[in-house]
Design a protein around this ligand. Structure first.
Ligand SMILES: C[S@@+](CC[C@H](N)C(=O)[O-])C[C@H]1O[C@@H](n2cnc3c(N)ncnc32)[C@H](O)[C@@H]1O
Length: 331
């Protein structure tokens, strides 16, 4: 919301306190310990933290609407019970965001240098297992509801073989196979640590045999060939403009004649100032990557034209994201 007065500015700036409280509580596994409801001292003993400090944190979580307090006992509010505890836990994405906080702390340094010191998002450059697992499982947390909604809007008439570049946890692969029964072969191309998560997440998928996992680095390896469609979702933003051009050219080469390239991103408008999610995400990529940012639909469409793709279209597919689509010329 656009700040209009000093009070709004203060509310904006204080936002970090609520975020930090939630992120630390999630890291501690606090929400997972409140079924049945418990007192702060008991939970503090189990977590090995100071009981007075935890009580203050839990009171603030109550004020935020994440806990409910009755006497000296706390229980999860419905939203915390739904997403931060139990089988439907989606806190990996919050753990990932908390890992990124360290890089955000250096925003002023990033502005001076033009980029981060630690290239975290360039996942090849670090091998911290927790960081990587939370990142990829976090992608599943975020896309579990979104993927089915997005893939049903895509025209995949005649598509049998689909390549999902940077397919991460396999959430889109699963959604494609559910929504498009004529697909017979979905290949997820990603780095080995991401495929390890995909393997786990795809267990029990009714069409598991139709998914292939191919380990590779799209900056070094080729993507294969003869695909009827290639899906590149939330990948370009981690690459520089030159990296995007190279990756799209590689993808265009991997298409069968008439095949479609579909790029899914937080798309900026032509001014690159809206929507808010994309403009903030551009800064996130500034602090996390060497050369990445959010892009506009027109920038991506232009790179597709450079690759010789035709019938290029840009369209919104969710509140925050859009798809840029192009087709390899069919002689
Ligand atoms: C932000 S996630 C997006 C995951 C998924 N496509 C989605 O939309 O939710 C970026 C994905 O790109 C993969 N990736 C990043 N660099 C890569 C590279 N050089 N080669 C292959 N995959 C890469 C990451 O491992 C991760 O799965």
């Amino acid at each position: 919301m656009k700040p209009e007065n000093f009070r709004d500015l203060m509310r904006l700036v204080h936002g970090f306190e609520a975020a930090k409280i939630l992120l630390v509580a999630n890291d501690l596994g606090l929400f997972k310990r409140l079924d049945p409801p418990r007192g702060a001292a008991e939970v503090a003993g189990e977590l090995g933290v100071d009981s007075r400090a935890l009580e203050l944190l839990m009171n603030a979580l109550t004020a935020l609407g994440l806990l409910e307090k009755s006497g000296s006992t706390y229980r999860n509010a419905p939203v915390a019970a739904a997403y931060l505890a139990g089988d439907s836990y989606r806190g990996h994405i919050f753990r990932h965001i908390h890992h990124c906080w360290e890089s955000w702390n250096d925003l002023a340094g990033v502005l001076r240098r033009g980029g981060p010191d630690l290239v975290r998002e360039s996942v090849i450059l670090h091998d911290e297992e927790d960081w990587n697992r939370d990142f990829i499982r976090g992608m599943d947390d975020v896309t579990r509801d979104l993927a089915p909604q997005v893939v049903t809007q895509l025209d995949l008439t005649g598509v049998r073989r689909l390549l999902d570049v940077g397919g991460g946890p396999g959430t889109y692969a699963r959604a494609f196979l559910t929504a498009h029964p004529r697909l017979t072969d979905v290949t997820i191309f990603d780095l080995p640590f991401a495929l390890a998560v995909a393997r786990e997440r795809l267990e029990g998928c009714p069409r598991r045999d139709d998914v292939r996992l191919v380990a590779g680095d799209f900056n070094k390896d080729t993507l294969g060939d003869g695909f009827d469609a290639i899906w590149v979702s939330q990948v370009l933003h981690s690459q520089s403009e030159a990296g995007c051009r190279t990756l799209l050219a590689k993808a265009a080469q991997a298409l069968a004649p008439g095949g479609r390239l579909l790029v899914h991103e937080f798309l900026l408008d032509a001014e690159r100032t809206q929507p808010l999610t994309a403009a903030l995400f551009a800064v996130h990529m500034l602090v996390m990557t060497a050369g990445g940012r959010a892009y506009s639909g027109e920038e991506i469409a232009g790179w597709m034209r450079e690759c010789g793709l035709v019938d290029i279209e840009v369209r919104k597919v969710s509140d925050d994201t859009g798809v840029v689509q192009g087709r390899r010329h069919c002689p």
